[in-house]
Design a protein around this ligand. Structure first.
Ligand code: SD4
Length: 333
């Protein structure tokens, strides 16, 4: 199930539209022979997400399979995790910063290259909905803090206390030690990054998180930053990141993955290269943090790679979910 499944390309063909079956059909000069370049066929729609989030991917796929829009699919898929108080990395129930404030980051990007995001937003569960509204209904791409929260209320969203008793109790326990050590992201993962291809072959993506647990007040990670936490180019593919956001921002990680695919790398190869950029930096402290990428290309091939183990991708295709353990760089630790 591990490496073998993880590396395999999406070659299934069933219901839905198959893309990329014929990239080019080049007639030779005498037109007797035709050279046909084929690529793997992927069954559409297709949804992938970081970590093990089967309810979120199932929701998104169902919307797409019923002919819904890819943005509705991504938004509602992400909302599943934002509303789940057991997921302490996203939305309501997220772990707070060191002052006890739950602050959310989210972004969304569509097939036309438009995007919207919210950063450091308090008191609103569905950050992804606000990010989408920023994209669709404002002249801006990013709203922060109180401005984002006030905007959310102005469009009818209600203020809520996002700090659950469970997260509050853990935070109080953490305060006793007060040692900030997000070692390989054990303290906080399950940020949801989701990429989807609709039945027409168009790609969009979304990402939502409460960020790193016990971060400094005001800290913003990679997840709402277009190019770092998420990037979509509908001609090429899309990528989304999870893990130590500071490291992703420093390498503009998701944009890098998409650019590597543009240069001809598969999604798998592109994710691996982007992770190696981080671990190969001079004096990289990579043994002490986790970063993971997932990616999809226009042909519906997918890939995922991380620094350490314990990263997985959920893939919903052909009416079924699969949780795929990621291959990883640091196999010796
Ligand atoms: C951040 N990248 O705020 C996020 C955290 C994360 O799984 O992905 N957690 O840096």
């Amino acid at each position: 199930m591990k490496r073998r499944n993880f590396l395999k390309n999406a070659t299934l063909t069933t219901a839905g539209l198959a893309v990329g079956s014929t990239l080019a059909s080049c007639a030779e000069s005498d037109s007797k022979e035709k050279k046909v370049i084929t690529t793997p066929q992927a069954s559409l729609p297709l949804v992938i997400a970081t970590w093990n989030v089967p309810n979120a991917t199932a929701k998104a796929w169902e919307i797409l399979n019923n002919g819904g829009s890819v943005l509705d699919a991504l938004e509602q898929g992400c909302m599943v995790e934002e509303a789940d108080i057991k997921n302490q990395s996203v939305g309501k129930g997220g772990r707070p910063d060191r002052d006890g404030n739950v602050t959310l980051d989210a972004c969304i990007m569509n097939k036309d290259g438009n995007c919207g995001s919210v950063v450091y937003m308090k008191n609103i569960t569905h950050a992804i909905t606000v990010a989408r509204k920023v994209m669709e209904d404002t002249p801006h791409v990013m709203l922060a803090g109180k401005g984002a929260e006030d905007y959310a209320v102005s469009i009818g969203m209600k203020r809520e206390n996002l700090l659950t008793e469970a997260s509050k109790k853990e935070w109080k326990e953490w305060l006793v030690e007060k040692e900030y050590k997000p070692i390989i992201n054990i303290e906080n993962h399950d940020t949801i990054g989701m990429l989807a291809i609709d039945k027409n072959g168009d790609i969009s993506g979304a990402c939502t998180t409460s960020g790193l647990a016990y971060k400094m007040g005001g800290r913003v990670g990679d997840s709402p930053i277009i190019g770092s936490g998420l990037f979509v180019d509908n001609q090429i593919g899309a990528a989304v990141a999870t893990g130590m956001g500071e490291e992703v921002v420093k390498t503009v990680g998701s944009f890098l993955v998409v650019e590597l695919m543009r240069k001809g790398k598969s999604p798998q190869e592109a994710c691996e290269e982007a992770i190696k950029r981080i671990v190969n930096k001079p004096n990289s402290d990579y043994k002490n943090f986790q970063v993971g990428y997932i990616a999809v290309n226009k042909q519906g091939e997918t890939g995922a790679y991380s620094i350490h183990e314990w990263f997985s991708m959920t893939k919903f295709q052909d009416g079924k979910n699969e949780n795929i353990q990621s291959d990883f760089f640091n196999k010796t630790v």
